[in-house]
Write a protein that binds this ligand. Sequence first.
Ligand code: PLP
Length: 375
Amino acid sequence: MKLFDVYPLYPIEPVRALGAKLWDKEGKEYLDLYGGHAVISIGHTHPHYVKRITDQLSKIGFYSNAVQNSLQEELAEAMGRISGYYDYQFFMCSSGAEANENALKLASFHTGNRKIIAVENAFHGRTSGAVAATDNPKIVAPFNNGHEVVFVPLNDLKALTEAFDDDVAGVIIEGIQGVAGLYTPSDAFLAKARELCDSYEAVLILDEVQSGTGRTGKFFAHQHSIVRADIITMAKGMGNGFPVGCVLISPEIEPWHGMLGTTFGGNHLACAASLAVLEVIEEEHLLKNAAEMGVYLETELKKIKEVKEVRGKGLMIGAEFDFDVAALRKTLIFEYGIFTGSASNKNTIRLLPPLSISKAELDQFLAALSKELNK
Ligand code: PLP
């Protein structure tokens, strides 16, 4: 059987990794400033993370959500404390798209409405139709044929206001738009969304799948503003490579048995991986490092004349050029051994290094970038 060919591949196979470093089969070293779309939060193969998972695996790796699993409660407790959403409810799943599907379902269950307001160019995952193809009124929220989605431009308060009516179930906004090219919702846009959700009794969903788990120097990107969300979705950095996602749910949304469900979500290994991530974030003060290294990276990038704009926060940074960066990114990988990321905006280099990245590692990238641009 051959692989279903949907990914253009670089001819490189990392076989070993540590911190922000990768090594291929020939032993060539690479610096990882991308972490597979912000997945690597505490660094590759962190010893505490490896030990937590392997210890857990030697006891029990999986059973079912029909029996008690105190690791889920331990994780919910830690998540509430570190995120500041103490009184929220915690539901685990296995990916970002699944977290967002559950968030949209919850908005619909809670309000009885099907209309969702989303932001143009946003990215929330790749599932489609899973719910639309499910014909069970106990499982499917009141939108059997899927949601009606109305898109508004990011930070357009007028369009947001005009999109609202009594049929709105919720608004979904990325903490920072990752795939689109590192665009941040303004404080005013978030505050308006909060105000409109309150007056129309709709649900404010913050998609922190990419921008969460401390990436921007706060636990969630939207916490740079004072706005609180009703539902927050997480995945990517939450498991540092272990496939796990979750939904944080306001106490005002009441659960009932069968409302949400999953086979793999919240299994013992996923909990062990996620607990290890939170423990390392706290123990090694990684929010502080992400904030400080983010300021350093932004300041140094702004000194490079070919960099036309720097967007994002903390270690979720986009450097904008006035040319397509595909060739530059390729050169950085093959000639300098540095992985960076792209965005759907072709002129943006997306930087999502581990939250533990050092100044010396960022300097390695900055020197390579300057050298290549001055050739
Ligand atoms: N939401 C955001 C903001 C994302 O960036 C992504 C993936 O890139 C997703 C959701 C989907 O996550 P997953 O690929 O884990 O389903």
